[in-house]
Design a protein around this ligand. Structure first.
Ligand code: ATP
Ligand code: MG
Length: 360
């Protein structure tokens, strides 16, 4: 028997009033561009909680994700990322609060939610002994994709992740990155409105992570899907429309990447000169904020790159080196949590050559 309550979306609207006293961020700064008063959010989470006995995995978090947004959940091991995804995908029942996905309540209308979502688990789940196509066909049967649509959808999703040529190959012959991209294709096969990706890039080399992000942005741009993904890689989170930083079961910051970076201060221009003392006093005389150390001087400047010429001219001494530092998400994470996301973990080699691929 069909449960009618599972077919009618909950009538919550973006920015409708919420007495969520735990939320520490203003809507104005963190509202994505295509969100307005009358648009129902793709994901609406209100004070959701999950405890396992004594362990409070998720401590009453609230956020909304707009339709067509790429939303990243950034946090260290054990922060509560997978637990949140599992609650939103109806696999784990919250112990408090509520959430809707596509307008449907994850506890009261799980069937409707499941019809509208695609999920790529943190752990790989492909059948290694089947080909790419066979894995997709199996999924098509599970999701009851109409027979006449299956072929077109398989072609489409394989193209989205650029794996058309490997269609007939066994998954056991795939690289880790190819397998992960096939999982994303599979998650898209039944045209979900919202795609959940739990650590889609974990363990992949920087080149493959870049390709993965191209896929994600292409899905968003061409299929209009809303993407909720988790990661602990700072550099790649920047490509999301918005980022929530989660630590110890709580969201400690949520905003667009640029605003998050602004919270940790302005750019700095580091100079080494033939006479640091004189350079510093010349700069201070012209109103620059300067910190002098034994080896160099640091000038605090909005849009540091654009001000380099004027800083050098104002210093009026020979310059030996110049370095502009722009606050990055490492600084943001440190600022909000008091520690590095991964001590000693080098994330710097991620290629940025596909900047501009997305909408931004
Ligand atoms: N089924 C469970 N039973 C008991 N505790 C659990 C269970 N699932 C998760 N936890 C605990 O909840 C907390 C959050 O775990 P979760 O898997 O959500 O973290 P995560 O952010 O996804 O971490 P990772 O980056 O390592 O995947 C952890 O302390 C974890 O041990
Ligand atoms: Mg996890």
């Amino acid at each position: 028997m069909t449960d009618r309550s599972d077919m009618t979306p909950h009538k919550s609207k973006v920015n409708s009033s919420s007495d969520d006293s735990k939320s520490t961020f203003s809507n104005s700064a963190s509202t994505p561009r295509n969100l307005d008063q009358d648009t129902m959010p793709a994901i609406d989470v209100r004070s959701i909680e999950k405890s396992y006995g004594e362990i409070q995995a998720v401590k009453g978090i609230s956020f909304q994700v707009a339709t067509g947004e790429v939303f990243a959940f950034l946090g260290p091991n054990g922060a509560g990322k997978t637990t949140t995804i599992r609650m939103l995908c109806t696999l784990t029942k919250p112990t408090g609060g509520s959430a809707t996905v596509g307008g449907f309540d994850v506890v009261k209308q799980p069937t409707a939610v499941r019809r509208r979502i695609g999920l790529v688990f943190q752990e790989p789940t492909l059948d290694q002994q089947l080909t790419a196509e066979e894995n997709l066909r199996f999924h098509a049967v599970l999701y009851r994709i109409p027979h006449e649509e299956v072929e077109t959808r398989i072609d489409r999703v394989l193209r989205l992740v650029d794996l058309q040529d490997r269609r007939k190959d066994l998954v056991s012959t795939f690289s880790g990155g190819m397998a992960r991209r096939l999982e994303i294709a599979r998650g898209m096969l039944h045209t979900p409105a919202v795609l959940f990706l739990d650590e889609p890039t974990i363990g992949l080399d920087p080149q493959t992570r870049a390709l993965m992000w191209q896929d994600v942005l292409r899905l968003r741009n061409e299929e209009g899907v809303t993407v909720f993904l988790t990661t602990h890689y700072m550099d790649e989170a920047e490509y999301a429309d918005r980022i929530a930083i989660i630590d110890n079961g709580s969201i400690v910051a949520l905003d667009i990447p640029d605003n998050l970076k602004k919270t940790v201060g302005s750019d700095t221009v580091e100079l080494t000169t033939s006479n640091n003392g004189l350079a510093a006093s010349n700069l201070e005389a012209k109103g620059f904020k300067v910190k002098t150390s034994e080896d160099n001087i640091v000038v605090f400047a909005e849009n540091g790159e654009k001000q380099v010429t004027s800083i050098i001219e104002t210093a009026e001494v020979p310059i030996q080196s110049v370095r502009v530092h722009r606050p990055n998400l490492d600084d943001v994470f440190l600022h909000f949590t008091g520690r590095q996301i991964r001590e000693g973990h080098n994330e710097r080699s991620f290629p940025m050559h596909f900047r501009g691929f997305g909408r931004r």
